[in-house]
Design a binder for this molecule. Structure first.
Ligand code: IDP
Ligand code: MG
Length: 138
């Protein structure tokens, strides 16, 4: 069993897509082990996207992700990290195939509705950044 950090970004919450996104992960058979609605601080957003701090879009990305509430979640299941990334779809809109969350609901490179951890190490870091131990089910 693997756990992954999933976040509906501010555009997804504003567009009332949180329920649809949660429904997809539930339908797939994943188990929800943590969930909260939070407006990210700049500090948390900068830490979350630290790997992109050199990129030209970093400032805009931090502005975007702190612009409103996000739904922070941890989902558990077999190969949950790769499975969720597959369900989310590619970052580049033209590569986000129909049937994926991004492929069905967005064609914007930045406002792309959802984040999912990309590897076991980042999943562990992100779960620790967004949740305390006590907020996760056993
Ligand atoms: P990912 O969310 O698919 O893992 P990353 O490359 O890790 O994609 O980028 C993190 C986030 O930064 C993306 O989800 C998107 O919101 C934003 N982003 C990535 N590349 C660009 C870009 O070239 N222009 C604007 N925003 C970008
Ligand atoms: Mg990424």
């Amino acid at each position: 069993m693997e756990r992954t950090y999933i976040m509906v970004k501010p555009d997804g919450v504003a567009r009332r897509l949180s329920g649809e996104i949660i429904r997809r992960f539930e339908n797939r058979g994943l188990r929800l082990v943590a969930l909260k609605l939070v407006v990210p601080t700049r500090e948390t957003a900068e830490a979350h996207y630290a790997v992109h701090s050199d990129k030209p879009f970093f400032g805009e990305l931090v502005d975007f992700v702190t612009s409103g509430p996000v739904v922070a979640m941890v989902w558990e299941g077999n190969d949950a990290i790769a499975l969720c990334r597959q369900m989310i779809g590619a970052t580049k809109p033209i590569n986000a195939t129909p049937g994926t969350i991004r492929g069905d609901y967005t064609c914007d490179m930045m406002s792309n509705l959802i984040h999912g951890s990309d590897a076991p190490e980042t999943a562990a870091e992100e779960m620790a950044l967004w949740f305390s131990e006590g907020e996760l089910l056993a």
